[in-house]
Design a protein around this ligand. Structure first.
Ligand SMILES: CC(C)(COP(=O)(O)OP(=O)(O)OC[C@H]1O[C@@H](n2cnc3c(N)ncnc32)[C@H](O)[C@@H]1OP(=O)(O)O)[C@@H](O)C(=O)NCCC(=O)NCCSC(=O)CC(=O)O
Length: 404
């Protein structure tokens, strides 16, 4: 071991600190090294859902609301969704879950504070296996959810389920809604690039149980939420300077940014109330995203001085709703297949909030492995949520995918 340097002046101290910081940082960009996803066992086709929902919430006396739910379901671009709450035993044990006027938050939190980290553990276990190193090599954990509000938070339970080391550095992100996955990945990038050797586990998990209740006259959001949202968990291992002997780099994260659209704070909201989590999804969300997305992309690519043509990129866009994808495709002038991974995830799982973008990344990786990398090496991951907030991450295909 080299002897510690003698600090003889302020200039030497600056040099020593500079050198310490240089050694603490990674050389290369944060890179996705493993991905895993999981869903609850219970699943329902979108066609069956309106009958199920109005039956279990004893709401057949609202036929016009049922018709509206049917119309939204038909146009949603969703074929099926996985939901923990699709379980008669849960609803029989908790009749208060179907009526938002009855106090039910305690019982919901009791269930989700266990079930949500367990769902996250199922996805994380797959991501760790995909990565190929032991769980005890994970240095940082970022857990994102709005479905389990309790302390100690679900990250602690998740860490113990996975057998992470006691010194793992844990962070919880909550109530970021559908941009939670994007935010968690950005934070993982900062951690991985600023801590040489760090291996960050990002785990996102959401359960609609926290906001499942019967329809109410005038509460249009209930119908839209019940038509779109599903349960799922996505996990990603992020690290820089991969060890090629054991790790397989999938996507480099070249740049990341967050944009808040002014005067839109009223458009997407969530609040925990005694009868479950209230949420509001304003009718202008697709248009607001559509009129801001291109500038976010231009700013991001300008920051790294890369000239990008939208149709040459691969896309991991949060499928918040079918119309959001349609509007994005239109304003960016994208070809028909550009958002295929997002549309497939929407079709097979619905909108799983912040978790969904991890499913899209996983689907893109599956496509690249099956068909080889077609088109350019650059891509964009975009996620949206309350704020209105837009998360942008510029991705580059890494060597582990190029080899196929
Ligand atoms: C819901 C849709 C699939 C409906 O498809 P179309 O727009 O093609 O069909 P349409 O115009 O005939 O609308 C069908 C019915 O849906 C209703 N409708 C549409 N948007 C609504 C909204 N935001 N709130 C309440 N109702 C809404 C219409 O009034 C209509 O009711 P009627 O038939 O009675 O006249 C689509 O609009 C869509 O994908 N919208 C985007 C949804 C969205 O904002 N998702 C973001 C979720 S939040 C998120 O992802 C982030 C987060 O949670 O943090």
């Amino acid at each position: 071991m080299a002897p510690a340097p003698m600090i003889t002046s302020a200039a030497t101290a600056d040099k020593v600190v500079h050198e310490i910081r240089r050694k603490q940082r990674a050389d290369g960009p944060a890179t996705v090294l493993g991905i895993g996803t999981a869903n609850p066992e219970t699943c329902m086709s979108q066609d069956e859902y309106p009958d199920y929902y109005f039956r279990v919430t004893n709401s057949e006396h609202f036929p016009h609301l049922k018709d509206r739910l049917k119309r939204i379901c038909k146009k949603s671009g969703i074929e099926k969704r996985f939901m923990y709450v699709l379980n008669d035993e849960v609803l029989e044990a908790h009749p208060e879950f179907t009526d938002r006027n009855l106090p039910s938050l305690d019982a919901r939190v009791e269930i989700t504070s266990k079930a949500v980290p367990e769902l996250a553990a199922a996805a994380a276990t797959k991501a760790i296996a995909d990565w190929g190193r032991p769980a005890t090599d994970i240095t940082h954990l970022i857990f994102s959810t709005y479905s389990a509000v309790k302390a100690p938070s679900g990250d602690r339970y998740l860490a113990s389920l996975l057998g992470l080391r006691p010194t793992v550095s844990r962070t919880v992100l909550s109530l970021h809604g559908c941009y939670g996955g994007g935010r968690a990945l950005q934070l993982a990038k900062e951690l991985a690039e600023n801590n040489r050797g760090a291996r960050v586990l990002v785990a996102c998990a959401e359960m609609t149980l926290i906001a499942f209740y019967g329809p109410e006259e005038g509460a249009d959001d209930t119908m839209i939420g019940h038509a779109l949202f599903g349960d799922g968990s996505g996990a990603v291992i992020v690290g820089a300077d991969p060890d090629d002997a054991v790790e397989r780099p999938l996507f480099e994260m070249a740049f990341a940014s967050q944009t808040t659209v002014p005067n839109t704070e009223h458009l997407i909201t969530m609040q925990h109330n005694m009868g479950g989590m209230d949420y509001h999804v304003g009718s202008g969300v697709p248009e607001i995203i559509g009129s801001n997305i291109e500038q976010c992309l231009v700013d991001a690519f300008d920051s790294i001085a890369v000239k990008a043509k939208w149709n040459d990129l691969f896309w991991a866009v949060h499928p918040g709703g079918r119309r959001i994808l349609d509007v994005i495709q239109e304003v960016l002038g994208l070809g028909d297949g550009a958002l295929a991974a997002s549309r497939k995830v929407l079709r097979e799982f619905g909108n799983m909030s912040g978790t969904t973008v991890v499913f899209v990344l996983s689907e893109l990786r599956r496509r690249f492995e099956a068909n080889g990398v077609e088109g350019g090496e650059w891509g964009a991951l975009m996620a949206f949520g309350p704020g209105v907030t837009v998360e942008t991450i510029l991705l580059r295909i890494a060597s582990g995918l190029k080899k196929n």
